[in-house]
Ligand binder design. Structure first.
Ligand code: B4P
Length: 193
């Protein structure tokens, strides 16, 4: 089993590259953003609570996202590997993920961190907001709040995995194909080790 974390600020290309990676490597895609948005669309109590937080550009409480990931891992016993997209976003989430994977006798193979400048992130998200219908993508103040939240709570997650020599930084500006080729090269190199 080879498990990957796709890491980076909002709008860095995590969702975009995930779609290509799951096809190329036969991984099960687990995006906490997508899982939360399906709860919102279904109008569940969890979705209603999550929407309030997401619309302010803040992170949903750890116990909510950890619970979602735990169920998703249990529901996919046949998976040949997982691609975690947008998770973990706090050190508490990273710690919980390591424990959950240990129970399944597996671990994280690599964290791919996408580096993109702040102005490019804002531009991409405002652009996506024109068609995505996502309320967290249409307002620049909320987009900038998401970036602040990322800097204060999420960047430390890369330091956490760096201690285990698992982080690879990739320049996330360029064409989607160029970035994918760089990511694939790193994954192939790590899988052969
Ligand atoms: P997510 O759903 O994870 O999404 P995201 O960070 O907004 O964007 P992503 O990085 O996937 O987007 P992409 O670049 O692909 O999070 C949404 C919210 O959910 C969070 O703010 C938080 O509230 C909550 N949440 C989720 N997970 C959580 C967790 N673990 N803990 C707590 N809260 C959590 O796409 C952006 C745009 O860029 C697209 O339009 C794309 O087409 C474009 N793009 C991509 N690559 C490009 C390139 N190379 N060049 C030009 N444009 C590109």
């Amino acid at each position: 089993m080879f498990n990957i974390i796709l890491f980076g600020p909002p709008g860095s290309g995590k969702g975009t590259q995930s779609e290509k990676l799951i096809t190329a490597y036969g991984l099960k895609h687990l995006s906490t953003g997508d899982l939360l948005r399906s709860e919102i669309n279904a109008g569940t109590p969890l979705g209603i609570e999550a929407k309030n937080v997401m619309d302010k550009g803040q992170l949903v409480p750890d116990e909510v996202v950890i619970g979602m990931i735990s169920s998703a891992l249990d529901n996919n016993p046949e998976a040949e590997g997982f691609l975690f997209d947008g998770f973990p976003r706090t050190v508490a989430q990273a710690d919980a993920l390591d424990k959950l994977l240990k129970l399944k006798h597996t671990s994280i193979g690599v964290m791919i961190a996408l580096d993109v400048s702040e102005e490019e992130l804002v531009k991409r998200l405002l652009n996506r907001g024109k068609t995505s219908g996502r309320s967290d993508d249409t307002n620049e103040t909320i987009i900038r709040a998401r970036i602040v939240e990322y800097k204060s709570k999420t960047t430390v997650v890369a330091d956490y995995y760096d201690k285990f020599n698992k982080v690879v930084h990739i320049a996330g500006e360029g064409t989607i194909e160029e970035i994918f080729a760089q990511i694939a090269k790193e994954i192939d190199g790590r899988k052969e080790d």
